[in-house]
Structure formats: structure tokens, C-alpha cells
Design a protein around this ligand. Structure first.
Ligand code: ADP
Length: 270
């Protein structure tokens, strides 16, 4: 008996002919298991801040005559509410790009501009740790894709580079043409990723150190979003990392070749 196969028998004719269908269930089972895990993970991730919030609300009630304690607990409530917001935002982003297999209306996107916008979003966080953001080689490079999605991916990569690096280090964002593609890399001098985890970090909710990720406001969805942004562009994302030395994430995206613009307008035949 092979449990990976579902056998269906359907009568074909009144002469007793039957159609026997053996369907491979392995992939369907795997997809179902992944979906179940995801729903369980989402529920767990949502429950944690909601539980903390209700506990904190109770504590605030009990501490009504201690204004200092009320301020302290209110601050923690804000922190938990922010965490909930990030999680919901990331879930929405992820479900949007997961649903779209390709970008509906691709346009030419300037790497230089996208990198600048992404850096602007991450500046405050970098400044708080005295991390210098350096760019190189981005000028004049263009890809064929979606600027919002590219900015989202870059923000996630730069944000991670900052979060998982010690103070007073550098994060380098560089780009270069590579055949018909453009490669954009984000390199840090941070804690690095153990080799056995490098393949798994792009999975939804996978974290090398869950406590650390949560403490820094991580949702565990950032790299899954990056992976889907790359896939939607028919590109990919890879990681090089050495524990204790740092990590480099490289996005490979289709270069804007001008071909789409050079195509002659289609002339109706009739
Ligand atoms: P998170 O919200 O936890 O950062 P991500 O999906 O962005 O979620 O990343 C998944 C995990 O990969 C992180 O929890 C962390 O363990 C690891 N990681 C991601 N980027 C880096 C980096 N630049 N340096 C070291 N570890 C990283």
C-alpha cells in the first residue's frame, strides 16, 4: 500500500469498463501541511501580543493610584500594539504578493531612487546604533518591475542588516549589472547566520533566535516577503553569511533593457 496515492475508480460504460485514476497526493499533502502550519503560526503570533495587552490592561487597572506605574505599563501596551500592527501589515503585504504570480504592470524602476527611498525609511534606526549606510554602483541602473515592491524588499533587507549588527558598524548597499539582470546586495558586519539555518530563513516565521527577533520588533515575515518580491520579478534572492563576520543578501532582478519600449506599435490587420 502506497499512502501517497489516491486511487479513484469511475465507471465508463455499461459494458463494465472502468477508469482507474491514481493521483499522486504527495504535493497536495505538503501544501496542506504548510497551510495548516501557517495558520497555526499566525494564530500563535497574534495571540502573544493580544494576551500581553489584556494582561497589561488588568495591571493598569490595579495600579490606578500609582501614576508612575500607569505610565510604565501604558508604554508597554503601546509597544505590544505596535508589534501587532507590524505583524498585520506584514501579513497583508505577504498575502498581496503571494497572490500575484507576476507583476501586473511592470515599469522601469531606478535602482538609485529605490535604494534612496529605502534608506530614508531606515535612517533613524541606523542612527540610533551609529550604523553608517553606504551605497555604491547604483547610479544609472534600472530594472523592469514594481518600485513599491522593490522598496519594500530593500527596506526589509536594510532593516535586518541594522537589527542584526552591533553598534558602530557599516551596512553597504551596492548594485551591479549582471548579464540581463541587475544584482542589488545588502552587506552587514553583523552576527551572521549559522550555515544550517541559511536555507530556512526565507520561510515564513522562521527565526534563528526567536527571542531576539521578537525583542527587536521582528515579525519573522521580512525575508519571506523579500523572496516573494524577487519571485514576482522572475528573479531570486540569495544569502552569503559567516557567523560572527556578517551577511550579504543579493537580489537578482531583470534589467530594464529598453526592448519593451523599442517594440513597434501593433497595427490592426483589418
Ligand atoms: P525577523 O522579523 O525575525 O527579522 P526575517 O524574515 O526578516 O524575520 O528574518 C528571519 C531570520 O533570519 C531572523 O529572525 C534572523 O534570525 C535571520 N536574519 C535575517 N537577516 C539577518 C542578518 N542580516 N543577519 C543575521 N541574521 C539575519
Amino acid at each position: 500500500e502506497n499512502t501517497n496515492f489516491a486511487v479513484r475508480v469511475a465507471p465508463l460504460s455499461s459494458y463494465g469498463q472502468v477508469l482507474v485514476l491514481a493521483e499522486d497526493q504527495t504535493e497536495r499533502r505538503r501544501v496542506e501541511a504548510v497551510r495548516r502550519d501557517f495558520v497555526a503560526n499566525v494564530s500563535h503570533e497574534l495571540k502573544t501580543p493580544v494576551g500581553a495587552l489584556s494582561l497589561l490592561a488588568e495591571t493598569v487597572q490595579d495600579a490606578a493610584d500609582d501614576p508612575e506605574a500607569v505610565t510604565r505599563f501604558a508604554g508597554r501596551m503601546q509597544h505590544e500594539a505596535a508589534r501587532l500592527t507590524y505583524l498585520v501589515q506584514d501579513l497583508i503585504t505577504l498575502s498581496r504578493i503571494q497572490g500575484a504570480e507576476a507583476i501586473p504592470t511592470p515599469e522601469q524602476v531606478s535602482i538609485d531612487e529605490a535604494v534612496q527611498v529605502a534608506i530614508d525609511y531606515c535612517k533613524t534606526r541606523a542612527g540610533a546604533k551609529d550604523i553608517t549606510l553606504v551605497t555604491g554602483g547604483t547610479e544609472g541602473l534600472r530594472i523592469w518591475g514594481d518600485d513599491d515592491l522593490l522598496i519594500t524588499a530593500l527596506r526589509n533587507l536594510i532593516d535586518n542588516a541594522i537589527v542584526y549588527s552591533p553598534e558602530h558598524t557599516r551596512v553597504v548597499i551596492s548594485a551591479r549589472p549582471a548579464g540581463g539582470s541587475v544584482e542589488v546586495s545588502v552587506s552587514d558586519q553583523g552576527i551572521g547566520i549559522p550555515e544550517e539555518s541559511q536555507e530556512r530563513i526565507f520561510e515564513r516565521f522562521f527565526r534563528v533566535d526567536a527571542a531576539r527577533s521578537r525583542a527587536t520588533g521582528g515579525t519573522g515575515l521580512g525575508l519571506a516577503i523579500v523572496k516573494h518580491v524577487a519571485a514576482a520579478h522572475a528573479g531570486d534572492v540569495t544569502v552569503w553569511s559567516k557567523e560572527g563576520s556578517g551577511s550579504t543578501f543579493t537580489l537578482r532582478l531583470p534589467a530594464f533593457g529598453g526592448k519593451a519600449l523599442a517594440a513597434p506599435p501593433s497595427i490592426p490587420l483589418e
